[in-house]
Design a protein around this ligand. Sequence first.
Ligand SMILES: *[C@@H]1O[C@H](CO)[C@@H](O)[C@H](O)[C@H]1NC(C)=O
Length: 229
Amino acid sequence: MRPREFLFGVTLLIIILVIWGISNNHPKMQERARNIQQNMFGLYIDGVISTDVLTPSSPKCSLSKECPIDHFAFKIVSGAADVLGPKICFDGKIVMSGVMNNAGKGLNIVFVNGSNGNIEDFNFFDMYFEEPVKLLEFLKKIKPGMLVLVASFDDPATKMNDEIRNIFVGLGSTLIKDVGFRDNWVFAGAAGIGEKSPFEKRSANDEKTNIYERWPEMVEIDGCFPRKI
Ligand SMILES: *[C@@H]1O[C@H](CO)[C@@H](O)[C@H](O)[C@H]1NC(C)=O
């Protein structure tokens, strides 16, 4: 039964009861009619509220559990070979993905305001065919207090240079110095804290261990990023 029909039915019932009560001039009956009215509406409203409460809410970004208060949930998945695009989720929102068609080969990078969680910017940069001029311009927009999320797709390193590697080191990366041709790399760091980030993974392109012939297995990190106050 739809809510409107239900309310209509309830209202009709109450009118009948009230008229019946008045025509019988029976004060007790009128009171009972009022009670029924309150109970019915109470029940109805309770029902709406309790279904909201009972709806199971899954943790943001499909983490296995909720992040503590003052933390942002995130999940970063690299691309798979040159076929499946990467995915970057932050605070419950998928910011970039192959499915959304806003991710691409090379490096996929998201800037987040570390205090309020706003997505400040995101883009992807081809690292095989293009000179990294645009990437360097982009990275120079990083300000202290920003979180930086990175996912590789296909090849993140052919045009990588020391200037770029040093910027990632400054954001807390320890693995970037080894990231090479067709490696997979995912990283989450922060500008201006001068600490090594615990959120980083690399899988090396190695014929002996590659699972996609010419590409290594995909890598993934997730966790809870402390909010910068
Ligand atoms: C984050 O947002 C706040 C509020 O808009 C702003 O004051 C602050 O400068 C921003 N921080 C960064 C690193 O963009």
